[in-house]
Design a protein around this ligand. Structure first.
Ligand code: SF4
Ligand code: SF4
Length: 340
């Protein structure tokens, strides 16, 4: 795992508290989208198709901090849109760190070198850089040449300045096992990134190119291949063993979208970061008035091909807490998978 010990300890203490209080539903990661404006138009993106007036709406730092306090999750993932387009992103981050939130700033890294002097390294702060492949594949997926090189330069500079840097890779139909092997080896051996996240692309109906998405059985086969590669032990994934087993079809679980509540410029998005069924006015209204049992695999057709960590990582964390043996068994299954 590429998570610092202080974070692992704080999150475990938070989870233990929820368990002692017998809470049925609780947030683990706040998905904070302070804007939907982006400086890219990736082929598989379903976030940037809003009308201009909504793209011009940004959450203020105060609204972001209030969302974090209202929600109470120990981890905040700042996404969007592109967070580094927000003119007050440094202030937003600073205020979240003051509130002792573990902040992951998800970025395409185009503006990273410009922002680095205004941000401070902290055990509470990590960048999560969008990396969908090596140069050709990445630039094809983000639909602009030169973005891979820009991201690599940003990562190198951030690492030199002492920042923690993680990456997030979305696996699409065109991402071959060999592409992923080359990328993960490069990120581990050359860039020495602190942790990696990986997720199958969600088939957003609004995404401009629908042919990039895989169906669930195809994704499972692809992840089986990728996670069976001999280099797998050196790749530091920021995921539970259960989630990695789930991606390979070795462990079945249902989505718990309430684990990753999403605060957007329009309010608290129902039911999740990926699917939009309207907005709740408050975090409490989102948690209490959403019919959570309507969503997930086999319940809603739009969930059929979703295996994203925002829906399933909270489930795997909950399952691991319920039965550590289950976690160990799934972890072993993952290890067996990579040896076969
Ligand atoms: S960088 Fe992210 S938000 Fe921007 S277009 Fe690409 S996927 Fe969408
Ligand atoms: S499975 Fe869960 S996370 Fe995925 S789209 Fe459905 S509700 Fe959202």
């Amino acid at each position: 795992m590429g998570v610092p010990a202080s974070q692992a300890f704080a999150v475990s203490a938070y989870l233990a508290k929820q368990k002692i209080q017998r809470k049925k539903r609780y947030p683990l990661v706040l998905m904070l989208e302070p804007l939907w404006r982006c400086n890219l138009a990736c082929v598989g993106c379903g976030k940037i198709q809003h009308p201009e007036e909504i793209l011009n709406t940004y959450l203020s730092p105060e609204e972001c901090w209030a969302a974090a306090e209202e929600c109470g999750a120990p981890v905040v993932s700042i996404a969007g849109g592109e967070p580094l387009v927000h003119p007050q992103i440094d202030k937003i981050v600073e205020g979240l760190i003051e509130r002792k939130k573990f902040v992951y700033l998800c970025t395409n890294a185009i503006l990273m070198e410009r922002w680095l002097p205004k941000l401070k390294p902290s055990k509470y702060f990590s960048f999560t850089v969008h990396m969908d492949g090596m140069r050709d594949l990445h630039d094809e997926m983000v639909d602009r040449k030169g973005v891979f090189d820009k991201a690599v330069a940003g990562i190198r500079m951030a690492k030199e300045l002492g920042f923690r840097v993680n990456t997030n890779t979305t696996v699409f139909a065109d991402s071959s096992t060999e592409d992923m092997r080359e990328l993960f080896n490069f990120l581990s051996d050359d860039l020495h990134i602190d942790g990696m996240m990986v997720s199958p692309g969600y088939d957003y109906p609004a995404a401009p190119n629908q042919s990039v998405f895989l169906k669930r059985p195809e994704m499972i086969n692809k992840f089986k291949d990728i996670l069976s590669l001999p280099e797998r032990p050196k790749w530091k994934f920021n995921h539970t063993p259960l989630f990695l087993s789930f991606l390979q079809g070795k462990y079945a679980m249902q989505c718990t979208a309430w684990g990753n509540p999403t605060r957007t410029v329009m309010g608290w998005q129902r039911p999740c970061y990926l699917m939009n069924e309207g907005y709740a006015e408050s975090f409490d209204a989102l948690m209490n008035d959403t019919e959570w049992e309507r969503y997930g695999y086999g319940r809603d057709a739009r969930c059929t091909n979703c295996m994203a960590h925002c829906g399933y990582e909270a489930t795997s964390v909950g399952a691991t807490m319920k039965s550590p043996l289950e976690g160990i068994r799934a972890g072993l299954a993952t290890m067996v998978g990579r040896q076969s």
